[in-house]
Design a protein around this ligand. Structure first.
Ligand code: 0O2
Length: 226
């Protein structure tokens, strides 16, 4: 009764409120499935990190961040693609509703971890974009994988898509700063500013290459555990 009165005070009838709530349920359920897919993949990376730390006495993963695309960005992207605004269409056309970003210590770790994930028999690769081998025009570097992963619910198994971005600490700091400066904003970068961004990206790539070389030298000195 109290509940109904509160809703009435908020200018909606109890029936209206329940109708609105029921209407959002399928969306909430879908987002919950994407959250489960993120948890599955995050766990897979945590397991790999644990395994590698035993094998090599160091952890290849520096941090893992997960994010669900917010409803406004979902709507914007579906509209941009010219697809129908339905849950089915979202599931079919958007590959990055669930996003997992894995920040690695060294460039070699990016590829080792990607390979280890893709070798798992419940993971299906849908798309691979190597922006490390082929950086974007502004200098952006990362390895992007669109994968499918099963999630096991109370009564069914669902196959969900997720985007995995793997990058080094240097790539991540460049991307975070560049994101703050311009990504998705109206800021227009002139050619000189673009050149400076690319120079920063090149410097970070150089740092990664040097650290990777040092890592190889260290590994050469101390053979790995059996
Ligand atoms: P957010 O906030 O991370 O969710 P798309 O942009 O997804 O429509 P595409 O080509 O399929 O088109 O995707 P792409 O370029 O392979 O990867 C998109 C995601 O990569 C972005 O997600 C960013 O997270 C990241 N990314 C791509 N390019 C850049 C860049 O130039 N700078 C930075 N900082 N990040 C980039 P969202 O959804 O756009 O953003």
């Amino acid at each position: 009764m109290e509940y109904k009165e509160q809703i009435a005070r908020d200018d909606q009838t109890y029936e209206q409120f329940m109708k609105n709530l029921e209407a959002t349920y399928p969306f909430e359920r879908m987002m919950s499935r994407y959250r489960c897919a993120m948890m599955e993949i995050e766990t897979k990376f945590n397991v790999l990190n644990e395994e590698y730390s035993l094998l090599f006495d160091r952890q290849p993963i520096n941090s893992i961040k997960t994010r669900l695309k917010d409803p406004a960005s979902i709507i914007k992207k579906i509209r941009k693609l010219g697809k129908p605004l339905t849950l089915k269409s979202m599931e079919e056309n958007l590959h990055d509703v669930a996003g997992i970003r894995v920040v690695c210590s060294f460039v070699a770790d990016v590829y080792t971890l990607a390979e280890a994930l893709l070798k798992q028999d419940d993971i299906t690769l849908i798309q691979r974009k190597d922006y490390i081998a082929n950086p974007k025009e502004n200098g952006y570097r990362s390895l992007h994988l669109i994968v499918e992963v099963p999630i096991f619910l109370e009564r069914e198994k669902r196959i969900m898509k997720a985007e995995v971005q793997l990058r080094t600490i240097a790539m991540d700091s460049w991307a975070s700063l560049e994101h703050q400066l311009r990504y998705k904003k109206e800021t227009l970068f002139n050619e000189q500013m673009m050149q400076e961004l690319r120079t920063c990206a090149d410097l970070s790539a150089e740092l990664d290459a040097k650290m990777n070389d040092l890592k190889s030298q260290v590994e050469h000195q101390s053979p790995q555990k059996q």
